[in-house]
Design a protein around this ligand. Structure first.
Ligand SMILES: Cc1cc2nc3c(=O)[nH]c(=O)nc-3n(C[C@H](O)[C@H](O)[C@H](O)COP(=O)(O)OP(=O)(O)OC[C@H]3O[C@@H](n4cnc5c(N)ncnc54)[C@H](O)[C@@H]3O)c2cc1C
Length: 440
């Protein structure tokens, strides 16, 4: 079994796709037929082994994918429904998720109980899971459990449980009336952006960056609420997604075959910058709704990315050092990413025990490439760099994470989660090797 982009392989002994909760209970309680670890899987689009079940049982939630109820300010869904499908149905009713991540293939189950980052919008929390106000699950003992706001600590734990405390089959999520966004793009020198970042009120803005380390340039996307009505550039937005996620990586790979370094990288940098600037201009002004942004990922499966986050207050310094890191790595190892690095402002969020932005707003740092030769070694050095600078990894999105790096970032919170997990699942029915190593 391979994950979405084919970078991770898992070899489970059994694989089932339950159609109802009784079938989930039957799996959990029959250890002989369905060996441990039992792992719930949505789209298996995570870039770590968090959902892997080597020698165990994969529970593919894909058949439990219905929207069960549209309530006043909430929606009730089955865990296997895909985020973009639910977003599309909400849009038809003039609604959207209370926090909206980007284009994706993820399932509602993992969105409710894993790290799903949503670009900051003033007044909103950083993770979609914070808006999961009720969940129904099958515990490791095969019992049914319903958790809602009347048990806030348990809900807080479940929102970062990655299938280790139970298999979630139903979720109630808060939704809100759809809003249109006004977008503005600038291409700026790195130094100007570093100054801009230090002067920002992180709780009052929405901001995404595309960084070109070798040109020392940054494309900045500012977003604000467009109060004059619905946005009008939905098609341009979709075209931009397709070009940046499909065409740009293909061209990057093609250009990477040019044998002369100086020519190759001049063309790669020029192309990446021109595409970002061109679409930036086309999308400036009245833009799109936040729901428009959660389209099905049109992506190129060869694109790989990894994520660490850093406190927003110190991010200017981190970004400056990152640019130096990329240049030094290139000089010593001859490798550099052939796609720009993305950064996104994520709002503060203390609604889950292992939240990445529990202490305040953070910026993501997301190098991307087409996994060309040298990418895996780059990841090792990049993880060291981020850990040294006090970054926080994500258990479902940071590639090649070590136990020491996880511990350094989450310290007591990880130990706390580990102790609670042991109480809920004393026989390790749901614990896979990935989390065993991280939590040990
Ligand atoms: C193309 C692409 C775009 C992406 N865009 C974004 C983005 O915009 N924002 C963002 O934050 N991330 C993004 N990601 C990362 C990815 O979506 C997350 O890692 C997400 O958690 C994966 O969802 P999934 O359904 O594929 O979960 P899986 O990989 O199948 O599982 C993730 C974890 O959740 C657990 N799990 C899944 N379902 C259940 C359930 N029903 N009950 C209990 N546990 C469960 C699994 O056991 C596992 O531990 C993107 C990834 C890709 C490949």
């Amino acid at each position: 079994m391979r994950n979405w982009d084919g970078s991770i392989t898992s070899r489970p002994a059994a694989r089932v796709s339950p159609a109802n909760v009784s079938e989930i209970i039957a799996v959990i309680t029959n250890i002989k037929k369905y060996p441990s670890p039992v792992r719930a899987v949505g789209a298996f689009s995570s870039s770590t082994r968090c959902a892997a079940a080597d020698g165990g049982t994969v529970v593919d939630m894909g058949k439990m994918n219905r929207i069960l109820e549209y309530g006043e300010g909430y929606i009730r869904v089955q865990a296997g429904a895909r985020l973009y499908e639910v977003a599309r149905e909400l849009q038809k009713r003039g609604l959207e998720f209370a926090a909206s991540p980007g284009p994706s293939v993820m399932s509602m189950g993992s969105a409710a109980c894993g790290a799903t980052l949503a670009p900051a919008m003033p007044g909103q929390s950083g993770q979609l899971s914070s808006y999961a106000v009720a969940m129904k699950l099958v515990t490791p003992a095969g019992e049914l459990l319903e958790v809602d706001n009347s048990k806030p600590e348990l809900l807080r734990l479940l929102r970062c449980s990655y299938g280790l405390l139970g298999l979630v089959y139903e979720i109630t999520l808060l939704v809100r009336p759809q809003r249109a966004l006004k977008l503005r793009f600038d291409q700026l020198p790195l130094n100007t952006v570093l100054q801009l970042l230090t002067a920002l009120d992180y709780n009052a803005v929405s901001l995404g960056l595309q960084v070109f380390p070798f040109r020392k340039r940054v494309a900045v996307e500012h977003r604000g609420e467009h109060t004059a009505g619905r946005g009008s550039r939905r098609l341009v937005w979709r075209l931009q997604r397709w070009v940046l996620q499909q065409l740009q990586p293909h061209l990057g790979e093609l250009l990477a075959r040019i044998p002369v370094n100086a020519v190759r990288y001049r063309l790669i940098d020029g192309l990446n910058q021109a595409l970002n600037t061109g679409f930036g201009k086309a999308l400036s002004g009245a833009g799109v709704t936040t729901g428009d942004r959660i389209v099905r990922w049109p992506g190129n499966k060869r694109v790989r990315q990894t994520v660490w986050v850093f406190p927003a207050v110190s991010f200017a310094g981190v970004l400056n050092e990152y640019v130096d890191f990329c240049r030094t790595h290139f000089e010593s190892c001859g490798y550099r990413c052939n796609l720009p690095t993305a950064c996104e402002l994520i709002a503060a969020d203390n609604e889950s025990l292992l939240s990445v932005s529990s202490d305040g707003p953070v910026f993501t740092l997301e190098p991307r490439s087409t996994a060309d030769e040298g990418w895996n070694d780059f990841l090792v050095d990049f993880n060291d760099f981020c850990s040294r600078l006090g970054g926080r990894p994500l258990f479902n999105q940071t590639r090649g994470l070590s136990r020491d790096q996880a511990r350094r970032a989450y310290a007591g919170r990880l130990a706390n989660f580990s102790n609670l997990r042991k109480k809920v699942d004393p026989h390790d029915r749901l614990l896979n090797a990935f989390f065993d190593q991280i939590l040990a």
